[in-house]
Every structure is written in C-alpha cells, then in structure tokens.
Design a protein around this ligand. Structure first.
Ligand code: NAD
Length: 353
C-alpha cells in the first residue's frame, strides 16, 4: 500500500464520482479518500461494494469546510485531487440558485485555497507531480444553433444558474494556475448517462416512469439536442487527463452522439417494450406527453472532443445505442438501488437512523 498514490475525490457518492471511485479502485494503483456531503444526490449504497477496503476511506463533509479540507490534506497527503462535488441539476438551480453558488463556486474556491497551501509546502519532487483536476460541463459554453460544436476555445456563455456557477468555478481553477502556478486540469464533458444516476435526470427518470407505465413528460417540442456520453467513458477520460494531461490545459470530452430528447425517450420506450412489455399491450411511446418548456432551455449542445483524442489517445468504448441498452439493463437489474432512492431510505445512514 505504501507505493500506492493517494487521490482525494470530492462528490464520490454522486453519479459520476461514484462510477469513478468504483472503476478506479477496480483498476488498482490509487488509494481513494472520498469527501462527500451526502446531499440528496449523494448515495452511499452506490459504494457498498468498496466500503471497508483498506485502499478506500469515506469522509462525510462539505468541500466548503476549510478546517476539514485542510485536515484531510494534512492527514492523507494526496498526490492529486479530483473535484466532482457540485449541485448538478439545472431545474433545481432555477428554483434555488444560492446553493449552487455556495457549493460550486465558494466550495471549489475553498478546495483551491487548501490545495494551494498544501502544494506550496510539499517537497519540490512531489510538487511537480501534484494535480488538481476539476470536473466540469459543456453547459458553460451556452447553446448552439443547428450547426457547429464547442471546442476548448469556445467563449463561455452560461445560461442557467447551474452553468453560471460551473463557469465561475472553471474560471477560478484557471486563475489559480495562472496566478499561483497550481498544477490544475479541467475537463468539460457533455451529458452523461449510465448506472447509479439519480432518477431526476432525463434517462433514469424516463426508464422508471416507462417501466411503471406512467406518463413520460418531455419538455417543449422534445427537439432539444444533447451530446450523450456513457459515464464509464467519461471516467476513463478523467483518468487519462489525470495521468497524462498537460498542466493548465482544458480538455473537452464528448460522445459524438447528438440526439434529440424525443429520440432518447423513444429509444428507451422501445428497449423496455422489448424487455418488459406492458401487461395491457400498450406501446410505451403512447405515454409521451409534452409539457411546458424549461425556462431558458438551451437548444443544442455538441462537443468537439478531438483534442483529448489527439493529444491523450482517449476513445469512447460505448456507442449511444450500446450504452443506452446497457443502462436500461442496469436499471432493470438494480430496482433495489432505485427503490431505496425513491422511498428515501438511501438517506437513513446520513441521518444516523
Ligand atoms: P451528482 O449530483 O450526482 O453528485 C454530486 C455529489 O456531490 C453528490 O454525492 C453530493 O452529495 C456531493 N456534494 C454536493 N455538494 C457537496 C458539498 N458542498 N461538499 C461535498 N460534497 C457535495 O452529480 P454528477 O452528475 O455526478 O456530476 C458530478 C460532476 O460532474 C459535477 O461537477 C457536474 O457539474 C459534472 N458534470 C456532470 C455531467 C452530467 O451529465 N451528470 C456532465 C458533465 C459534467
């Protein structure tokens, strides 16, 4: 264990962070300390298989807690930090932006300040290897028309309180490199889907509702376009950037899989009709109901991921079709995990019940 490097992960009880922790521990080579506040989006069930391993430790706490984060740096002497912790749901940011500024901006600033103080005090040979990797989103670039794709040079034009708070955090990460020399890396990724995603997000929400034969609410005309990436491919990209990314650089990560929301929902319907036909013989597409559009709803996102492919040799392994089929099968096989989210029992541990 002594030869293992230590990684401080924040937000590792969430969707992407959880997949990252599980996948990275399965590969070996890193010891992981997972700092997570266990908000509604944090779920320790996701990590049940790794709890108790000696290469893994869970710490319940807030990335904005300076004393705690300082102590974690001192105690665990990490070789790198990967920051997943965030408020992440656009609809919630419209109802209450303040929590998004608190965690995504103030919290990230606290991580940067603690990391900087720690990094400055490291012996020179360890300073070189240290990395602060910030996980961000393509939503910071705003909305596209029918053509064009976001590159690392695209201007920041965030449109929702969520994307504005992520944009602010990206800028702080950049500034800590340019101002203080902190060895940072940033990834901006398109929409993720896959196992362990909280069922408020489009794909798991539609899977659950379609499974139950309930109406499937689709925003506006359903023709908003997102670029979808299977979560395991995103996690592999993050590991690649962490290990061989050039300090100070930004890497866009995407799936080359632009799909209209309505296409995504219809594909889920077809996959479920095949696997679990409704008892009354109805086709699930008939459950689709269009609802009033989300205010400020970005029309289209698309990512140009050629830089990470060219410079770091990253490639995705799942197509949208194979990844979505895998995801539907995962949800069918893990209705216990979903059930504990839907009935609230996944939070019992957090509440000490
Ligand atoms: P998520 O909402 O599923 O998980 C967030 C995790 O962070 C939860 O475990 C939560 O408990 C934790 N957390 C929240 N506030 C915290 C705080 N103050 N201190 C410590 N922990 C806290 O989010 P996700 O979908 O896994 O996204 C992870 C990261 O990736 C986010 O930064 C998000 O902006 C980014 N991202 C997400 C997507 C996507 O499609 N989901 C795409 C690109 C980038």
């Amino acid at each position: 264990l002594d030869r293992m490097k230590t990684l401080l992960v924040t937000g590792g009880a969430g969707f992407i962070g959880g997949n990252f922790v599980l996948g990275t521990l399965a590969r070996g080579g890193w010891r992981i300390v997972n700092l997570d506040a266990l908000t509604y989006a944090g779920n320790r069930d996701t990590l049940a298989d790794v709890e108790g391993r000696d290469d893994y430790a869970f710490v319940h706490g807030d990335i904005g807690d300076a004393a705690l984060v300082k102590r974690l740096f001192a105690e665990h002497a990490p070789d790198a930090i990967v920051n997943f912790a965030a408020e992440s749901h656009v609809d919630r940011s419209i109802d209450g932006p303040a929590a998004f500024v608190q965690t995504n901006v103030v919290g990230t600033l606290n991580l940067l300040e603690c990391a900087l103080a720690y990094w400055r005090a490291l012996p020179l040979e360890r300073q070189d290897g240290f990395r602060f990797l910030h996980v961000s989103t393509d939503e910071v670039y705003g909305s596209l028309g029918p053509v064009g794709r976001f590159s690392e040079e695209s201007p920041y034009q965030p449109n929702s309180p969520y994307s504005a708070s992520k944009a602010a955090s990206d800028h702080l990460v950049r500034a800590f490199h340019h101002t203080y020399g902190l060895p940072v890396l940033t990834t901006n990724c398109s929409n993720n889907y896959g196992p362990f995603q909280f069922p408020e997000k489009l794909i798991p929400l539609m899977i659950q509702k379609a499974l139950a034969g309930e109406p499937l609410p689709v925003y506006g005309d359903g023709r908003n376009v997102r670029d979808w990436l299977y979560v395991g491919d995103h996690c592999a990209a993050i590991r690649r950037v962490l290990e061989i990314g050039r300090v100070g650089e930004v890497y866009n990560v995407g799936g080359d899989a632009e799909r209209e929301n309505i296409h995504v929902v219809k594909t889920i319907c077809a996959l479920l009709d095949e696997r679990r036909p409704l008892a009354d013989g109805r086709r699930r597409e008939s459950l689709i109901t269009y609802v009033k559009d989300r205010p400020g709803h970005d029309r289209r996102y698309a990512i140009d991921a050629s830089k990470i492919k060219r410079d770091l040799g990253w490639r995705q392994t799942e197509s949208f079709e194979s990844g979505l089929a895998r995801t539907v099968d995962w949800y069918l096989d893990h209705q216990d995990w979903v059930g504990r989210v839907l009935d609230g029992s996944y939070r019992m541990e957090r509440l000490g019940v």
